[in-house]
Design a protein around this ligand. Sequence first.
Ligand SMILES: Nc1nc2c(ncn2[C@@H]2O[C@H](COP(=O)(O)OP(=O)(O)OP(=O)(O)O)[C@@H](O)[C@H]2O)c(=O)[nH]1
Ligand SMILES: [Mg+2]
Length: 296
Amino acid sequence: MKTTVVCGLLGSGKTTFIQGFLNQFSEKTVILVNDFAKAGIDGEIISISGVETIELPSGCICCTLKFDLISTIQKVLKEFSPGHLVIEPSGVAGVSGVLEVLDLLKIHPVTVVGVIDSAEFLELYESGMYGSFFEDQIRNSDIILINKVDLAPEEAIERTAATVEGINPGALIYRTVRARLDGPLPAEGTRGPVVKSGEPVDFQFDTVSVTVRNGVDLTVLQGAFEDIARGEYGDVVRAKALIQTSEGPFKFDLVYGKVDRVPFDTSVSRSRLVVIGKNLKKDSLTKQIGVPHLFL
Ligand SMILES: Nc1nc2c(ncn2[C@@H]2O[C@H](COP(=O)(O)OP(=O)(O)OP(=O)(O)O)[C@@H](O)[C@H]2O)c(=O)[nH]1
Ligand SMILES: [Mg+2]
């Protein structure tokens, strides 16, 4: 069995990468996704492709949910005998914790794809606010995608690439838009043993999951997302939603202040929004955007 772990900070482009690669997975593939917030969204996004997708419980599989990861993988191996296992840990997971689980289960070879948001990386890395998160990710990656180069100035892209290369000179580094690579994924990684770069980082983010009324007006919703991006509901770093709006199904994404909206391919039966950050105004989020008294 081939195993691919796709890691990276919240909103860096992990799910986008997996979606782009779905048509390359020729063998029987199972995808494990681990959303940090209670209302899972990535599982539904990936599963519409028809690939077997399993949502791990909300939280973080590198630490508190390690045992869930172990038992889920054991179950997947038994039930599906996949030719390819793809794991998307949450955007706050330290990848070394996930790799330790795979080692423990004697699963190899494992290819680690690290996705980096080049529009945000330098500021976050240089501020040191996420501790050893990036070192852990970069040191343990075989392939690193310096993603979102359409959003970052050339100077930032170059400095990001140089910083990444300095941390892991052995990794294959690509600059990507929408995490797209031309050609197939290198079959096997060149990584050595798992590198621990420090204690797992506790981001201390809160999450709010909100049920939204199906059929909500698209313009109103766009306005609400812009309010979230402006900080009206707290210090939000990531929000995402799948919503059946007045104009049909839509996927909304907010990553560090940038709002993105695209039509979704199938109708959404359970419209929902998740917000991740600090000092979140849970009550007003639910009152203004959600169905009152109906938390997920
Ligand atoms: N402009 C631009 N947007 C991108 C690029 N790659 C991904 N995005 C957008 O960034 C947002 C987040 O992408 P995802 O693939 O959901 O990120 P993720 O890492 O899976 O996010 P989490 O699972 O929540 O941590 C979406 O709106 C994507 O469309 C890129 O190269 N350029
Ligand atoms: Mg994702």
